[in-house]
Design a protein around this ligand. Structure first.
Ligand code: XMP
Length: 250
């Protein structure tokens, strides 16, 4: 991803999300996703897929076709499944998504390491794929979980949940953390801990209220952008415009 981002001079990760389509219209949805990918691929460094496509298109049907296309464009494919179950189940989830060709998946650190995330990291390392952890989500209610005050397991000092997750991302050697662009001050605090060792992926640009330049200045390395591009009348133009604006702001 780092190489692609440099080559394309873009830090945008396209979130290939679309509103609900009735199941009979699955073919239309797949065609739409392919069209947007075709129009946008030159302006992004990776593509993130979510349940918006996995549920209607199926992992080993439409989604795998898309992952193949994403790779043909020289881009990485990230699965935003926010894995959140017991380890044995997580392992199977990860095995299926990696088998479908995904280069990385997103997981929730709330489930912990032993019998939680460890099996995913083990599979990822074996297959040389990535695991990206949530650290502070972009929505308002994020403060109730990611923002709560906790006591640090090692020092006993009072700290914030998201700072503890940032430290765990370092300890577990995660390939990235997700911090909402809607909270630039949290990006800054988490970046203080991670520096350049673990990149920050920041969703919540545009529709959710976050600003690309602010998130980058605070320390985000990649910007996850969905509806601002996918729902634009001309997705290619919207992606190009955003890419240019980011370059100029840097
Ligand atoms: P929009 O349309 O708001 O889409 O640009 C954002 C995409 O990113 C996902 N999203 C998140 N994913 N942590 C994540 O892992 C977050 O805090 C977060 N906030 C938004 C969202 O599901 C959509 O695919």
């Amino acid at each position: 991803m780092e190489e692609t981002a440099k080559k394309k001079e873009s830090s945008i990760v396209l979130a290939l999300d679309f509103p609900f389509h009735s199941p009979e219209n699955r073919e239309k949805l797949l065609a739409k996703a392919q069209d947007v990918l075709e129009a946008v691929h030159s302006y992004v460094c990776a593509v993130k897929i979510n349940h918006h496509l996995v549920l209607p298109l199926g992992t080993f049907d439409g989604v795998q076709q898309l992952v193949t296309r994403i790779h043909e464009k020289g881009l990485c494919a990230i699965m935003d499944c926010k894995v959140n179950d017991i380890g044995a189940t997580n392992q199977v989830i990860a095995e299926y998504y990696y088998a479908a060709g995904f280069d990385a998946l997103i997981a929730n650190p709330f489930i912990g390491w032993e019998e939680g995330l460890k099996p995913i990291f083990d599979i990822a390392r074996k297959l040389q794929r990535g695991v990206i952890l949530l650290a502070y989500m972009s929505h308002k209610g994020a403060s109730e979980g990611y923002g709560q005050k906790i006591y640090d397991e090692e020092t006993g000092a009072k700290t914030a949940q998201y700072l503890s997750f940032a430290k765990k991302a370092l300890k577990w050697n995660a390939d990235g953390v997700v911090v909402g662009a809607t909270y630039p001050e949290k990006i800054r605090e988490i970046h203080e801990i991670l520096r350049e060792k673990v990149p920050i992926y920041s969703p919540g640009i545009g529709v959710q209220g976050g600003a690309a330049e602010t998130a980058l200045k605070a320390g985000a390395r990649y910007l996850i952008v969905g509806r601002d591009i996918t729902l634009a009348p001309q997705p290619g133009e919207a992606a190009e415009k955003l890419c240019l604006a980011i370059k100029q702001a840097r």
